[in-house]
Design a protein around this ligand. Structure first.
Ligand SMILES: [Zn+2]
Ligand SMILES: [Zn+2]
Length: 430
């Protein structure tokens, strides 16, 4: 998503809440970001990143717990009475090759759980999220006179695969740490650095990933009468699945059903035994989601039966991200806080995004309000030039191999937006 207008020039540091970190600390954070960017790690494998986080938090005097839900790290900063605020950053990178050409671009490779080795890149900006939260932690730890309460610093593994938040919760997060009054998180996006976007209520879609195995019977390509052709079955299933969106989803509802992968056979004259589809479903409403997911099973089953398949299709759940629902009252509190550290005109209310997150799992598990918002990370001058040329849509966005936020002033801005939002709940220390 992108904000539609550029912010007016705003000071890089707003001193109302916390003084700017010393230049040496900003330089350390800048170098730390470049290091994380050059050394990305796949979901649930963030051991190096977790080690860096652990060392930084320990240096600050945080109570640090590592290995929460795999590679998750939790730091606790307790500073007298007051609210408990959970601040979350995700740590994982994506299985893709970076093309930014930056001198700190990733050359790293990784191996996923299926054994596939390939390039890894921080093309979603989670390296910036980690740096923001470590910077915010530095300020909280060094200016305890400016706030009171308890801050939980949650560094989550495996956001991209939808595993990490659930893994931390399954590993006893709720029993091992104090219950927060609010859960806060932010994501960098291709909007001007100095801008932010927020949504009250449903903010991001739910995402479900499925793999469907269609079972036919192989034969020579010259004798289709001896086969039950899974390729034709797959083609029918793909077309029939689209009617779930066009015929079974109302015009005021919205959903996306994408068949992103079709695999069957290796040769032009061999009819294979099996076809495999990979599907992704995005929805903004739990009823629509349930109906689509059950519809997928019904459609592939009926399509296979109609083709005389030798067995029922296997439908395998590849993972899901829940809906991200921002508590409306807490969201307005965050938006007001963001306006105290950014140009108020650059803090924009925006419609729900079709991207997905597992951030919402924390607030849901604890039954507390949560708010997730977006922070611009594009050079404001480059954004303004793209706006003037009508090419904003060509700016690299999250998951593009060319995506990387401009480090300064994105680094300083994200620290301030996180601290401003947290301070809307924390005491002022007086
Ligand atoms: Zn992502
Ligand atoms: Zn992300």
């Amino acid at each position: 998503m992108s904000a539609s207008s550029s912010p007016a020039s705003s000071p890089v540091w707003h001193t109302a809440l916390f003084p700017a970190p010393p230049t040496a600390v900003l330089d350390r954070l800048d170098a730390l970001y470049r290091d994380l960017h050059a050394h990305p790690e796949l979901s649930m494998q963030e051991t190096r990143t977790a080690g860096i986080v652990e060392a930084w938090l320990a240096e600050l005097g945080c109570a640090v717990t590592t290995g929460v839900g795999g590679t998750g790290v939790v730091g606790v900063l307790a500073n007298g009475g007051g609210a408990t605020v959970l601040l979350r950053a995700d740590m994982d990178a994506l299985p893709m090759q970076e093309t930014t050409g930056l001198d700190y671009a990733s050359q790293a490779q990784g191996t996923d759980p299926s054994g596939r080795t390939g390039f890894v890149a921080h093309s979603c900006g989670h390296d910036m999220h980690v740096t923001w939260l470590l910077g915010a932690a530095w300020l909280l730890a060094h200016h305890r006179d400016r706030w009171s309460g308890t801050v939980l610093l949650v560094f989550q593994p495996g956001e991209e695969t939808g595993e990490g938040a659930a893994a931390m919760i399954a590993d006893g997060l709720l029993d091992r740490f104090p219950r927060p009054d609010v859960v806060l998180g932010q994501h960098v996006i291709p909007a001007p650095a100095g801008s932010a976007a927020w949504t009250a209520g449903t903010a991001m879609s739910a995402s479900d990933s499925l793999e469907v195995h269609l079972h036919g019977r192989g034969a020579h390509g010259s004798a289709p009468e001896n086969s039950i052709d899974p390729v034709v079955m797959a083609a029918s299933a793909i077309m029939n699945l689209q009617t779930l969106r066009s015929r079974e989803t109302g015009m005021r509802q919205s959903a996306v059903l994408t068949v992103g992968s079709v695999q069957a056979g290796n040769s032009d004259n061999v009819i294979p035994d099996e076809a495999v589809l990979k599907l992704n479903v995005r929805t903004f409403d739990e009823d629509v989601r349930r109906r689509l997911l059950s519809g997928i099973r019904r459609v592939v089953s009926a399509t296979a039966a109609g083709a005389g398949a030798v067995a029922e299709p296997d439908v395998i759940d590849l993972g899901a991200h829940p809906l991200t629902v921002n508590d409306p009252a807490a969201t307005l509190r965050v938006a007001a806080a963001l306006r105290t550290v950014l140009d108020p005109d650059a803090v924009i209310e925006s419609p729900p995004a079709t991207a997905s997150e597992d951030f919402g799992a924390f607030g849901t598990a604890w039954c507390v309000p949560s708010v997730f918002w977006f922070v611009g990370g594009t050079d404001p001058d480059a954004f303004a030039a793209a706006e003037a040329a009508g090419t904003v849509h060509e700016l690299p966005s999250n998951h593009s191999p060319a995506f990387a936020p401009v480090i300064r002033p994105t680094l300083e801005i994200g620290m301030q937006t996180m601290l401003a939002a947290a301070s809307a709940w924390l005491g002022d220390g007086s």
